[in-house]
Design a protein around this ligand. Structure first.
Ligand SMILES: C[S@@+](CC[C@H](N)C(=O)[O-])C[C@H]1O[C@@H](n2cnc3c(N)ncnc32)[C@H](O)[C@@H]1O
Length: 214
């Protein structure tokens, strides 16, 4: 058992079958069926240089495919086999070359270390146990090249229990602060109704990175 806010939690969500069942039953209610508008706006406004991108907990791959369609070389990972299968099918349907692999994000291959220009996050951080968050930051740090950027769309709510587990913006910033500088961490204008007013888009750079993306 884990605890969160003093409550004891079941740990079934730590296993792939918890998520796999939801994909199989078609009850993956987090899936918005399209890339997050915050990412669409970010790409349009900032026009970042395309590069190699890792999407953690990629689900059915909507965000990954959006970036792939804009010239990014994308690998999406998820430990639910149906999510990976469905993301691959979508990639094929859209004739995009994004790669989707079944992995636990805490057991990624060593040869991916320091090989990504971007790591992307969208409701994966709130899907893991709060106790795993320091390890999550380490995963992001290990994946990024020294000049890499972390782009995260965080659902910062304060309701007990989870998943989705709540967090405060200040906690997210504190958690990443040892290894990352905050380029921006702002509330997003457009969210799906159930997350309205609770989503924040983060752009963090590894400390000491030579700014590649102003
Ligand atoms: C809330 S869903 C979000 C999926 C996708 N990012 C989206 O926005 O549709 C969380 C995803 O993270 C995956 N996941 C949770 N813990 C994971 C882990 N330790 N390793 C890999 N994937 C994980 C789940 O299988 C699920 O697809």
């Amino acid at each position: 058992m884990l605890s969160h806010g003093g409550d004891r939690l079941s740990t079934s969500f730590l296993r792939p079958d918890f998520w796999e069942n939801r994909y199989q039953e078609n009850t993956a209610r987090w899936d918005i069926g399209q890339p997050a508008l915050a990412f669409v706006d970010w790409l349009t406004d900032r026009q970042p240089q395309p590069g190699r991108m890792m999407v953690l907990g990629a689900g059915r791959g909507h965000d990954a495919l959006w970036f792939a369609s804009h010239g990014f070389e994308v690998i999406g990972v998820d430990f639910a086999p149906s999510a990976v299968e469905q993301a691959r099918a979508l990639a094929q349907e859209q004739q995009l070359s994004a790669q989707f692999e079944q992995h636990n994000i805490f057991e990624l291959p060593n040869d991916w270390h320091h090989s990504f220009d971007y790591v992307l996050e969208h409701t994966c951080f709130c899907a893991i146990a709060p106790e795993q968050r320091p390890a999550y930051v380490q995963v992001v740090q290990q994946l990024l090249k020294p000049t890499g950027q972390f782009i995260g769309l965080f659902w910062a709510h304060d309701r007990p229990g989870g998943p989705p587990f709540g967090s405060r913006v200040a906690d997210i910033q504190a958690l990443f602060s040892e290894h990352f500088d905050v380029s921006s961490l702002d509330p997003v204008a457009q969210s799906v109704p159930q997350r309205q007013g609770e989503e924040y888009l983060a752009q963090f750079s590894l400390k000491g990175a030579i700014a590649r993306h102003p």
